[in-house]
Design a protein around this ligand. Structure first.
Ligand code: PGA
Length: 251
């Protein structure tokens, strides 16, 4: 049985005060989430504050990105070991904003994935197609290429301690969600591809959906067989909405 994971990607939002208010809201309602694991990924600078305020709750936390390097002269980077050191469980890698705005390639993403795992973090590997790629009918090829970069570097066994997030780029921050069937099709494709290499790993890996998931559409997405949770952007900044998505996964 795969435990659903509902992870919040706060992106570049927040202040000391708003972070405190957000965590207070999550603490107040976390008892209403009975099945899913809840996690938040704040901007780096707020992670220690979040860690302190989450103490004693079952909510885990992680980072939105991570360096592919372990230590040294890499100005501006944050090493995976540092994130592990401050209690992070997860690191998102290959988010479409990293890929498209900052030009991070499949291979670079794979090296971040490897570095995260080496430090004991669980990478949340984001994959997903652009609108024009969907329109060209090459969604599966794009997702396969993104997965293959990681499999080539790390091997299939690495997915025993990793999470995948399928995020169609056209659905991110647009209010345009993939239909449950559209999402399920790609999730099943991903699991099927992994199953061709290792059935047990494929059965165990959590595949999250991301892209305008909200309290209104979460239940029908989470009801699909191969959708094991969500990676939530906008709605994760509102504690009640984020909790409602978590509740939608209640058994
Ligand atoms: P969104 O973002 O929920 O705001 O669409 C999801 C993401 O980028 O991970």
């Amino acid at each position: 049985m795969r435990q659903p994971l509902v992870a919040g990607n706060w992106k570049m939002n927040g202040s000391t005060d708003s972070v405190n208010a957000l965590i207070e809201g999550l603490r107040a309602g976390i008892d209403t989430v009975t099945t899913a694991e809840m996690a938040v990924c704040p901007p780096y600078v707020y992670i220690p504050q979040v860690a302190a305020r989450l103490a004693g709750t079952p909510i885990s936390y992680g980072a939105q990105d991570v360096s592919d390097q372990e230590a040294g002269a890499y100005t501006g980077e944050v090493a995976p070991g540092m994130l592990a050191d401050i209690g992070c469980k997860y690191a998102i890698v290959g988010h479409s904003e990293r890929r498209s705005i900052y030009g991070e390639s499949d291979e670079f993403t794979a090296s971040k994935f490897a570095a995260a795992r080496k430090a004991g973090l669980i990478p949340i590997l984001c994959v997903g197609e652009l609108l024009e790629e969907r329109e060209q009918g090459i969604t599966e090829q794009v997702v396969e290429r993104q997965l293959d970069a990681v499999i080539d570097l790390e091997g299939i066994a690495a997915f025993a301690s990793a999470v995948i997030a399928y995020e169609p780029v056209w659905a991110i921050g647009t209010g345009k969600t993939a239909t449950p069937d559209q999402a399920q099709d790609v999730h099943a494709f991903i699991r099927g591809k992994l199953a061709g290499l290792d059935k047990a790993v494929a059965d165990g890996v959590r595949i999250l959906y991301g892209g305008s998931m909200n309290p209104g559409n979460a239940a029908e997405l989470l009801a699909m067989q191969d959708i094991d949770g969500g990676l939530i952007g906008g709605a994760s900044l509102k504690p009640d909405d984020f909790l409602a998505i978590g509740q939608a996964a209640n058994a």
